[in-house]
Design a binder for this molecule. Structure first.
Ligand code: HEC
Ligand code: HEC
Length: 240
């Protein structure tokens, strides 16, 4: 936390508006998270149009609006920032769609990917449509996402068992009783972004987002990016 106050707080303030603007550009370039591209904006517009026609509770037909970004087997598309939706529990996928629809996720102005997904989730006609599309995704099965991070797996294992395993389960398989989702087999680059968003107040900042809020508090305990990479590499190593 101190690092961020130091880095983004006082020195930036003292530097004046032009340097602050330049710094903001440099920092956003460094984050490697440029936000939705023209391609994904177009896919979003098409998805919203397809869903707005409304009325369908056929999960497969509804999922047609998701394919452009999440892929026809829900394998995800990194270039568009859209994660694989496989290996995730149906209750978790459902809650996320509900959170987007309620404006509890994807409302922070710096969360450009979340905002994009929120707009699409809100175009799903009703709860029955949410249930149907989730049931379709859950039935797709499929392999775990490929690892893209290379951290120290052994060090990650120690941190994971001390800080994460109690909620996410010993094999990162998720714990239904605590409503903590599976992390093994989910895209590591996506988990990294979500973790950073929890930590930096872009996700789970609203107490009404009960489970997101819990994770946001938790995320403040580990702010070292190198250790986080280790933890996520360890989680990836657990995937089938
Ligand atoms: C324009 C591209 C696009 C389309 C179309 C799209 N998504 Fe997404 N989706 C995204 C992005 C980007 C994210 C990551 C958002 C974030 O970082 O919060 C996401 C995230 C999600 C998540 C959260 C996953 C998690 O692990 O928390 C779910 C669930 C989801 N999408 C379901 C759907 C469904 C169902 C559809 C079709 C009705 C759909 N998406 C259509 C881009 C898209
Ligand atoms: C107190 C229980 C708890 C602990 C401890 C915990 N988490 Fe979580 N975590 C959750 C819950 C609950 C959610 C679901 C939040 C939601 O519904 O938005 C979550 C969500 C996440 C997500 C988002 C997954 C996705 O698909 O979007 C990531 C990433 C994550 N946790 C990583 C970690 C890591 C890494 C640790 C250890 C450093 C950890 N968590 C420790 C409860 C916990």
């Amino acid at each position: 936390m101190e690092v961020f106050v130091g880095r983004f707080g006082l020195p930036v303030f003292r530097a004046g508006p032009i340097i602050t603007a330049l710094l903001a550009i440099v920092l956003s370039a460094c984050s490697g998270d440029p936000g939705p591209s023209a391609d994904s904006e177009q896919a979003a517009a098409e998805a919203k149009q397809m869903l707005a026609s409304g009325g369908s509770v056929d999960g497969k037909a509804l999922y047609a609006a998701c394919v452009a970004c999440h892929g026809d087997k829900a394998e995800g598309n990194r270039a568009l920032g859209a994660p694989s939706l496989r290996n995730q529990q149906d209750w978790y996928l459902k809650r996320q769609l509900q959170q987007y629809r309620a404006g509890l996720r994807g409302s922070h102005p710096e969360d450009s990917y979340g905002m994009q997904m929120q707009a699409i989730a809100k175009t799903l006609p009703d709860e029955a449509a949410v249930d149907a599309v989730v049931a379709y995704i859950a039935g797709l099965g499929g392999k775990a996402a490929e690892a893209t991070l290379e951290g120290n797996i052994k060090r990650g294992a120690d941190y994971y068992s001390n800080l994460c395993g109690a909620c996410h389960g010993p094999a990162a398989e998720g714990l239904d009783v605590l409503q903590a989702p599976a992390l093994a087999g989910v895209d590591d680059w996506y988990l990294m972004r979500q973790y950073q968003h929890f930590r930096d107040g872009l996700r789970g900042a609203d107490e009404a987002d009960k489970y997101g809020y819990q994770m946001a508090i938790m995320a403040r305990h580990l702010s070292d990016e190198a250790v986080l990479t280790d933890v996520l590499s360890y989680i990836q190593s657990l995937a089938d």
